[in-house]
Design a protein around this ligand. Structure first.
Ligand SMILES: [Zn+2]
Ligand SMILES: [Zn+2]
Length: 380
């Protein structure tokens, strides 16, 4: 193996323009945030070319996650171009060279020495995972969020150099939504060809999961969610049947409809991307004998009790799934490009806006007007 030669730090701006969240539920402040001057080994500075927003960004903006301290820079799905590299930052997760100008996506940083990292070897279970909402914009290294022209890419955040044909929006969305779906299916043990898959939720994750279930060989895919424009996209992505939860508001009625659609046998796999209080109770009740229910959504403190007698009586497996690691990210990119001809991924994304439009973009996520709002911080 060639020894890695430490690289000099290329010049990069001292500050970056960013849309900063100071107060929850309030306008984002367009301001300048410092960038780290000295780059530690393994770090980089990236010019963000696309940030796709996630439902979590809307939750964070509203302040529903009590442990978050402001000021912060929202946005955790992004792709960008490397403008400066610390020493020993020269390789991506596949061993490909990372150079000034490389287009990259990256995974949350991990510490490499906790039980999750070392004993379990599951980076998503790292005690010190570098989620963007944990980084205050007034403390070093300041800018790791996506609503910023430049971002600091920490050491311990595995990166992947993008193929030239991979669009920035797709790559950014792989960074949270798509990799989370990839991991959920992996944790479920995959899709048995011909089986019935029910997808709870028709946001970006539910829509991608619908396509993935179809691509993985499900015999029947049922997607539950709303509003109708999202369910229409679910149908385009391969749902054989959709159930509009704003129409069918009674959870037991939704379970009954899935039962009817499956000839009373229930679904083999039910994935919850809805994060609604009744979703997991419904998910278990929608499972047939030996079915699997994957929990990805956050049901919150008012969650309806899950009927454990049904779990026992039908030998149901309930599996948790949390985000995704760099392997899931790599598989997410591969999935998006492999099925680019079959599913119209661009239908997920709104036209890009600049940082000045970021707040409206977050509101569009909150109101579900957008499936995936897109911010290009380089735009005015
Ligand atoms: Zn996310
Ligand atoms: Zn760790």
């Amino acid at each position: 193996m060639r020894p890695t030669v430490p690289r000099p730090t290329a010049t990069h701006p001292a500050v970056t323009r960013a849309a900063v969240l100071r107060d929850f539920n309030a306008p984002l402040e367009l301001t300048e945030v410092p960038l780290p001057r000295e780059l530690p080994p393994g770090s980089a500075i990236v010019r963000i070319t696309s940030t796709t927003l996630c439902g979590t960004d809307a939750h964070l903006w509203r302040g529903v996650l009590p442990f978050v301290r402001t000021p912060i820079i929202l946005g955790h799905e992004m792709a960008g171009e490397v403008v400066a590299l610390g020493a020993l930052s020269g390789r991506d997760a596949f061993g490909k060279p990372v150079e000034i100008g490389s287009r990259v996506v990256w995974s949350e940083s991990v510490c490499g020495h906790c039980q999750g990292c070392t004993v379990l070897r599951e980076p998503v279970l790292c005690d010190h995972r570098g989620y963007g909402f944990g980084q205050r914009a007034d403390r070093w290294p300041f800018a790791i969020g996506g609503l910023s022209e430049y971002a600091y890419l920490p050491p311990g955040a595995d990166r992947i150099v993008l193929d030239p044909e991979m669009p920035d929006t797709w790559a950014a969305a792989a960074g949270c939504a798509v990799k989370t779906v990839v991991r959920a299916f992996a944790n479920a043990g995959g899709v048995e060809p011909g089986s019935t898959v029910a997808v709870q939720g028709s946001g970006p994750l539910g829509l991608v999961a619908t396509a993935m279930a179809r691509a993985a060989g499900a015999g029947r895919v049922i997607t539950l969610g709303g509003p109708p424009n999202r369910l229409a996209l679910a149908a385009k992505y391969g749902a054989d049947a959709t159930i509009d939860v704003t129409d069918v508001t009674d959870p037991d009625e939704r379970v009954a409809q899935v039962e009817e659609l499956t000839g009373a046998r229930g679904a083999d796999l039910v994935l919850d991307f809805a994060g609604a209080p009744t979703a997991n109770r419904e998910g278990v009740l929608m499972c047939g004998k030996r079915g699997t229910h994957v929990v990805v959504g956050l049901a919150g403190p008012q969650a309806a009790p899950v009927p454990m007698d049904v779990v026992m009586g039908r030998e149901i497996t309930v599996v948790g799934s949390l985000n995704g690691d760099v392997g899931d990210l790599a598989r997410a990119l591969r999935f998006l490009s492999a099925f680019a001809g079959r599913f119209e991924w661009d239908a997920l994304f709104s036209p890009p806006v600049g940082l000045a439009g970021a707040e409206q973009a977050i509101r569009d996520m909150a109101s579900m007007a957008a499936v995936k709002a897109v911010v290009d911080p380089g735009l005015d």
